[in-house]
Design a protein around this ligand. Structure first.
Ligand code: PMP
Length: 449
């Protein structure tokens, strides 16, 4: 069958398997835009509703069981209901959920983060990835006294205005390939209100230098994900991160690694993995063990602008004790160096399986992976930046996703810009289950146009 017929068949089957989810979604639509709490959670015809989760699995309200590689957009690296995290949370619940006053665990967690990023020695907490990049960028501007930042075309760093620029720009607005035009990524974001965000092309240090030259010394920071993970999985070319580090130093800009996702590549995140040391690191997702924790870490020297009260940073929920207890258990007791190694090896095995199966079935595309994440980009031969990635075949991807879900595997979050995540709860047998489902979908005509 052709991929178009396969997609129709799979969507029909999906609806047969999930009638209760449909009912809940129809009810929710009357009180929530799209019927969901986040635009990213809505897809046609309607999303499944989850009833409960355990380890590497989730169950929907219709009783279907799924092997879960969505893992809450990469946040649940400890696995669902991890016992160490559950115990730490239960213990904290007996002594209080929130004080708005300092408590002992926050210092322990800050120390743990500094152990992982030994070139940084100060930490502040917040509640989401969005907040961590917002504060990190303000910190860079406050420290350097410069107004501008550079982000990469196609990169997502959260929802605040400074980074809601050129997230998924349409090709008619790209502008120059070396110095891309900044494009607002949402209604309500105005470039003329905030012309301080410049855009560069990932994996091209020469073009980045041109952007820096044009900005005449006004750039406070370059923010990037060391592996771009909001366009599938796009690893840096050899030498690229080193070149960015050198450019930052030469042009007096701070280097910010958004490690909201990449921190789960290894004990010390992408910084340790690639041996490149940024000035500020943004953390969230896996560090919270399933609760809403975020942090940004920086040097003592940079810290002076907060220490001296020149820069404001606060937040009612910062370092909430329940969340911090979860984060501390996740980082100290669960996500040990050995665990990262075994998750990486499972993810490598999954990636090799994808490559073998898709090649055998003649499905065009590439499989890219780094650390504990991976993704398939259909219908392309190579990708080194957002523009190349955006030529992918989304119909094949959609047929792949529904086909996998109907076979009991959530291969990654819905939307082709996401990727699979491995958790400590996943096993070799889970990888085999995942690949058996892929083999079946691939054989049904995934590559036939
Ligand atoms: N940075 C990166 C790299 C992300 O992937 C995300 C979320 N997917 C964010 C920032 C924003 O995080 P949050 O959704 O917690 O605000």
């Amino acid at each position: 069958m052709t991929v178009t017929t396969l997609l129709e068949t799979e969507i029909e089957l999906y609806q047969k398997r999930a009638p209760r989810s449909k009912q809940l979604w129809e009810r929710a639509r009357k009180v929530m835009p799209m019927g969901t709490a986040s635009n990213s959670r809505m897809y046609e015809p309607y999303p499944i509703y989850i009833d409960h989760a355990e380890g590497s699995r989730v169950w929907d309200v219709d009783g279907n069981e799924y092997l879960d590689h969505n893992l809450s957009f990469g946040a649940m690296v400890v696995g669902h209901r991890n016992p160490a995290v559950m115990n730490a949370v239960a213990k904290q619940l007996t002594i209080g959920t929130m004080y708005g006053i300092s408590h002992p665990l926050e210092c322990e967690l800050a120390e743990e983060i500094c152990r992982r990023f030994p070139f940084l020695d100060r930490v502040r907490f917040s509640n989401s990835g969005t907040e961590s990049t917002l504060h990190a960028l303000r910190l860079a501007k406050a420290f350097t006294g410069k107004p501008k930042i550079v982000k990469m075309e196609g990169a997502y760093h959260g929802l605040h205005d400074a980074v809601m620029i050129s997230v998924k720009p349409g090709s008619d607005r790209w502008g120059d390939s070396c110095i891309p035009s900044p494009v607002p990524a949402s209604a309500g974001v105005y470039m003329d209100h905030d012309p301080n965000t410049l855009v560069a092309q990932f994996n091209d240090a020469d073009c980045l230098e041109k952007v820096l030259q044009q900005s005449k010394g006004e750039v406070a920071a370059i923010i990037l994900e060391p592996v771009m993970m909001n366009i599938g999985v796009l690893p840096p070319k050899l030498g690229y991160l080193q070149a960015v580090r050198e450019l930052c130093t030469r042009y007096g800009a701070l280097l910010i690694f958004d490690e909201v996702k990449t921190s789960s590549m290894s004990y010390g995140g992408a910084a340790e993995y690639y041996r490149i040391f940024p000035d500020i690191v943004c953390l969230s997702k896996s560090v919270g063990g399933g609760l809403p924790l975020a942090a940004f870490a920086f040097t003592e020297e940079i810290s002076e602008v907060i220490e001296s009260r020149k820069m404001m940073h606060a937040g009612t929920y910062n370092a909430n004790p329940v969340v911090v207890a979860a984060g501390l258990a996740a980082l100290r007791d669960v996500l040990t160096p050995y665990k990262y190694e075994s998750m990486r090896s499972l993810s490598d095995k999954l990636a090799e399986g994808y490559r073998r199966i898709l090649a055998k079935a003649g499905v065009p595309g590439i499989v890219t992976n780094a650390g504990i994440n991976g993704a398939v980009t259909f219908g392309v031969e190579s990708v080194s930046n957002y523009r190349q990635w955006s030529t992918m075949n989304t119909e094949m991807w959609t047929a792949f996703w529904f086909g996998m879900v109907n076979r009991g595997v959530i291969p990654q979050p819905y939307w082709w810009d996401e990727q699979w995540t491995m958790s400590v709860a996943h096993t070799e047998a889970d990888v085999d289950t995942h690949l058996a489902a892929l083999e079946d979908v691939a054989a049904k005509g995934l590559g036939s146009v």
